[in-house]
Design a protein around this ligand. Structure first.
Ligand code: NDP
Length: 433
């Protein structure tokens, strides 16, 4: 605790995991004797570096870059890169720690890592983003590789950024290989990767609610965010018959009682790179509200926080519960505070934690790596079918782990135990390293 006191998000993530692992640790003395937990909370390696670049005005800018290689117990390090002004070591550590268990839950052999930079892509020209990405990769390339560490996207890192990063990696190393995932379809990307996290979230939540006789058909859904995860969660929820009432960005949210029109959102966010506020200016039935916290006051059946960490707090949870929301699925990483999570569990709200619910993205990233190694491209339908299967299996594993430890329907406990066990057993087998 003391060592990481200045990293509240990392403490929050480790607290949640360690608390729910207690019954498993108590029944397996080998874990304690071999210092599994003590080793697991310490990254194998954390790299921090200077990222100098020149802006359009000719001025030198300097950002701070990170790559935390957290655990290679079950495979090469794998996890996204985040470009956002709030990025510091504690954010990357919390994300890297969560990634270990998430990757384990996918059933594919990948270890946990995460990286990023305090760079803000918002308002930057394409040329500035490219020069920044080239500088970032000029340091990062020596620490990654298809048999070492395979980064991907996250907040602020989409197709454009991955393209620039990949171009620079290839230029420096002279190698054309699967070192990044989320690549463009013309240079080794996988069909279905863009949709994977959002679609995967809906596949998993669908399993969770179906077990209680519920479905997305006719359900009212509130989704925070309007980035990659939020957009494709909305698309699949609508395909399953739900009405999505609201979406947001970091400035505010739009509420459309007639149901969000996703083509308008995609045009604004993906094509024009503008703010969600524009939606209300183009769609007469919608209203824009400044600030994002109030989004959870909109009555709904299912809430899907898909923006960022700690965006759904105790107040939001109380509003959702009061208004009859019966299921919450975390599309983002740790969007729900510990207090809010506790409230959901106490009130028997079905709650799918991010490390299980948003694992579809990294699962399809692993499929992209497999296609790169085989020099093959699978069809969208094939990738999507594998994704669905993976999400259904994750639900089965987390619900049976919860039941095994007398925590029926507590998917937080289920996900932590199921994700941890494989990693811990691999660590035991590999000795004290
Ligand atoms: P994007 O950058 O595409 O979108 C992020 C969205 O969240 C934007 O609408 C953004 O608004 C909003 N947002 C970001 N920061 C804040 C904030 N501080 N307060 C309110 N809203 C905010 O990112 P992704 O969709 O890729 O990622 C969203 C979440 O999902 C993250 O937690 C990420 O770690 C997680 N995730 C992503 C995966 C992926 O495959 N992409 C995989 C697994 C998890 P604005 O435009 O104003 O910044």
């Amino acid at each position: 605790q003391k060592k990481n006191a200045h990293e509240p998000e990392f403490l929050q993530a480790t607290h949640e995991v360690l608390e729910s692992l207690e019954p498993l640790i108590n029944s397996n003395p080998a874990y304690e004797k071999n210092g599994i937990l003590e080793r697991l909370v310490e990254p194998e390696r954390a790299i921090m570096f200077r990222v100098p670049w020149v802006d359009d005005a000719g001025k030198v800018q300097v950002n701070r870059g990170f790559r935390v290689q957290f655990s290679s117990a079950i495979g090469v390090y794998k996890g996204g890169l985040r470009f956002h002004p709030s990025v510091y070591l504690g954010i990357i550590k919390f994300l890297g720690f969560e990634q270990i268990f998430k990757n384990s839950l996918t059933g594919t052999p990948i270890g946990g890592g995460k990286g990023g930079c305090d760079f803000d892509p918002k308002g930057k020209s394409d040329g500035e983003v490219m020069r920044f990405c080239q500088s970032f990769m000029t340091e990062l390339y020596r620490h990654i590789g298809p048999e070492v560490d395979i980064p991907a996207g996250d907040i602020g890192v989409g197709g454009r950024e991955i393209g620039y990063l990949y171009g620079q990696y290839k230029r420096i190393t002279g190698r054309y290989e699967g070192v990044l995932t989320g690549k463009g379809l013309t240079f080794g990307g996988s069909l279905g990767r863009t949709e994977a996290t959002g679609y995967g979230l809906i596949y998993l939540v669908n399993e969770m609610i179906a077990a209680k006789g519920k479905s997305f058909e006719g359900a009212k859904v509130v989704i925070s965010g309007s980035g990659n995860v939020a957009t494709y969660a909305a698309e699949k929820a609508m395909a399953y018959g739900a009405k999505v009432l609201a979406m947001s960005d970091s400035n505010g949210y739009v509420y459309d009682p007639e149901g969000i029109k996703l083509d308008v959102v995609k045009q604004i966010k993906e094509v024009e790179r503008k703010r969600i506020k524009e939606y209300a200016e183009r769609v007469p039935s919608a209203a824009y509200h400044e600030g994002c916290r109030e989004i959870w006051t909109i009555p709904c059946d299912i809430a899907l926080p898909c923006a960022t960490q700690n965006e759904l707090d105790e107040m939001g949870a109380k509003e959702l519960i009061k208004n009859g929301c019966y299921a919450v699925g975390e599309g983002a990483n740790m969007p729900t505070t510990l207090e809010a999570t506790k409230l959901f569990l106490e009130n028997k709200i079905l709650f799918a934690p991010g490390k299980a619910a948003n694992a579809g993205g990294v699962a399809v990233s692993a499929l992209e790596s497999s296609q790169n190694s085989m020099r093959m491209s699978w069809s969208f339908e094939e990738v999507d079918a594998q994704l669905k299967n993976i999400m259904i299996n994750i639900y089965k594993n987390i619900s049976s782990a919860a039941a095994e430890f007398n925590a029926e329907d507590n998917f937080v406990t289920g996900a932590n135990i199921a994700g941890f066990k494989k990693v811990a057993d691999a660590m035991l087998a590999q000795g004290i390293v």
